[in-house]
Design a protein around this ligand. Structure first.
Ligand code: SF4
Length: 524
């Protein structure tokens, strides 16, 4: 699950197992996202990386510690003196546009000269953003599994018009594996309302065989898209002492070491350092530590050097931090009443995050032996956790695991519209007739369908209660071209504009449309 937080209490120590075996990256496919990440690291000199690590620490401190923010803002003539006691040995004055509202983003040669650290950091971030795009693409599996691929594409289209700009950051991995049942951390704001911790999937010989078998079946079904999977959801990886062993198996089978997000990076330092060593060895994707309190931020900064944390994004959830929380799960439940007292100097920007879910595919719990087909959605009374559950199956063996995935694909992922299918527009879309056809609006998109028969098709779908065949027949009776009608219906389907769920709440139409799509009805 992408948003984690927890207590940094050392409860017990564990054996962290043998050193990972040396060897070249394995797995049957190229790993384009990891290749890009390594390229980003390698094209920078050690000195540049050291400087970037210092900028990163400056920003973490600025974003997570309001006292530091205040000092920095009020002591502009002594920025180095403010930063030094926090172990930051760069001149923050060279990075002013990164944190000072009074300094506009540079875009000129003059700006680059004045604020070289801001330029260095922006270039680095721009490079990292490309990995997000590559990961989204890499989750596609048009060749290995066209039926699943088409469904995932429709979910991505739906998310783009349902969730707004937030959707750009969702990579839609095809798989998430939970290696525990429940979570011991119990964050008050948990976006997926993790249940109480019940137990682990330990690396016994029997479980290791099951794990290998499941990974191989998933790799066979989805090809390289399986590289985008990861091994937590409503769980914290640090609960499972054997988690790193499963993680390295994942690398061996797929060629990718998945991201680890933990809310308890200080609970067992040997475990955390094991994860960090695996990252150093394979350098596939940065990890994340969720930070619950300022005290934990201080401890994390004291425990790990800035360079060590270059491969770890700190997700700042402490009350002093600028980052706002998604209104899903437990945070949504408590949204109507005071939750945590907010520090008066926290001026959190309220961005519209209504889900933290990212998977368009399968959520697998290895303890309960369940597979659910899920996809992100705006959190609502129907889907309070911010993701839809289309169906669930059970399994006990790798073969049953594969059968469960195949059955969910067969039941929930039609490749095309069939004549007998009853259709309607998504509930979150606003329908309107237009002079040439009809329009559908979401919170930030507008789709315009123009052309012969488009208006009638829109009206019939909007009225509801008709099958695809009945709509085509009515268009034909009205003198329209049945092939044009079929083509228009397929375009509406491919865009993810037809409802495959009747429980969505209508979204506010408050934001300006930032995307406009015009789709003309035309014969092939
Ligand atoms: S899964 Fe656990 S660690 Fe993550 S947010 Fe939920 S309660 Fe916190």
């Amino acid at each position: 699950m992408p948003d984690l937080i927890g207590a940094g209490v050392i409860r017990h120590r564990r054996s962290c197992g043998p050193e990972p075996p040396a060897g070249p990256p394995c797995g049957p496919w190229r790993n384009r996202a990891a290749e890009k990440y390594r390229e980003i690291l390698e094209k920078r000199s050690p000195e540049e990386m050291r400087t970037l690590a210092q900028v990163k620490r400056l920003l973490e401190r600025y974003q997570g510690d309001c006292e530091f923010r205040a000092k920095l803002t009020h002591d502009l003539d002594n920025l180095e003196g403010v930063a030094r006691p926090y172990g930051i040995d760069i001149d923050p004055g060279q990075a002013l546009p990164l944190f000072s509202p009074d300094h506009q983003r540079f875009g000129s040669a003059e700006g680059e000269d004045r604020w070289p650290l801001a330029k260095l950091w922006d270039d680095y971030l721009r490079d990292l953003q490309k990995i997000c795009e590559i990961s989204q693409e890499a989750g596609g599996c048009a060749e290995a599994n066209p039926r699943f691929h088409g469904w995932r594409q429709r979910q991505m289209q739906r998310c783009a018009s349902e969730l707004g700009p937030v959707a750009r950051h969702i990579t839609h991995p095809v798989l998430a594996f939970e290696l525990s049942a429940g979570c011991s951390v119990g964050c008050w704001f948990c976006g997926v309302s993790a249940e109480r911790f019940e137990g682990n999937f330990l690396y016994t010989p029997e479980n290791a065989r099951l794990w290998h078998g499941m990974l191989k079946e998933a790799a066979d079904l989805f090809g390289p898209a399986v590289q985008q999977g990861f091994c937590y959801w409503a769980t914290d990886p640090s609960d499972n002492p054997d988690y790193p062993k499963f993680l390295e198996d994942y690398y061996r089978v797929t060629g990718n070491l998945p991201q680890t997000t933990t809310a308890a990076p200080l609970k067992d330092l040997a475990w955390t350092r094991w994860i960090m060593r695996l990252f150093d060895k394979y350098r596939c994707v940065p990890n994340r530590f969720s930070i619950l309190t300022l005290r934990i931020l201080n401890q994390v900064h004291a425990t790990f050097t800035p360079v060590e944390l270059m491969g770890v994004e700190l997700v700042l959830h402490n009350r002093e931090a600028l980052q706002s929380k998604a209104t899903a799960g437990r945070a949504r439940e408590r949204a109507g009443r005071p939750t945590q007292p907010r520090h008066d100097c926290s001026d959190a920007a309220q961005t519209e995050y209504s889900t933290i879910a990212c998977v368009s595919g399968f959520l697998v719990n290895t303890v309960r032996r369940t597979v659910q087909l899920i996809a992100p959605t705006r959190s609502s009374d129907r889907w309070p956790l911010g993701y839809r559950i289309f169906g669930e199956r059970h399994f006990a063996t790798p073969r049953e695991f594969r059968a469960a995935l195949e059955d969910l694909i067969a039941v929930h992922m039609p490749e095309n519209l069939t004549g007998s299918e009853m259709i309607g527009f998504r509930d979150d879309l606003l329908y309107q007739r237009s002079p040439g056809g009809f329009e559908l609006r979401s919170s930030n998109w507008r789709f315009n369908f123009d052309g012969t028969g488009a208006g009638l098709i829109g009206e019939l779908i909007h009225q509801g209660g008709r099958t695809v065949g009945e709509i085509e027949a009515e268009v034909a009776r009205a003198g329209g071209n049945i092939f044009v009608a079929a083509d228009t219906l397929q375009k509406i389907f491919d865009r993810g504009l037809l409802s495959d769920d009747r429980g969505l709440e209508r979204t506010e139409l408050a934001q300006p449309w930032n995307d406009f799509v015009s789709i003309a009805a035309a014969a092939k």
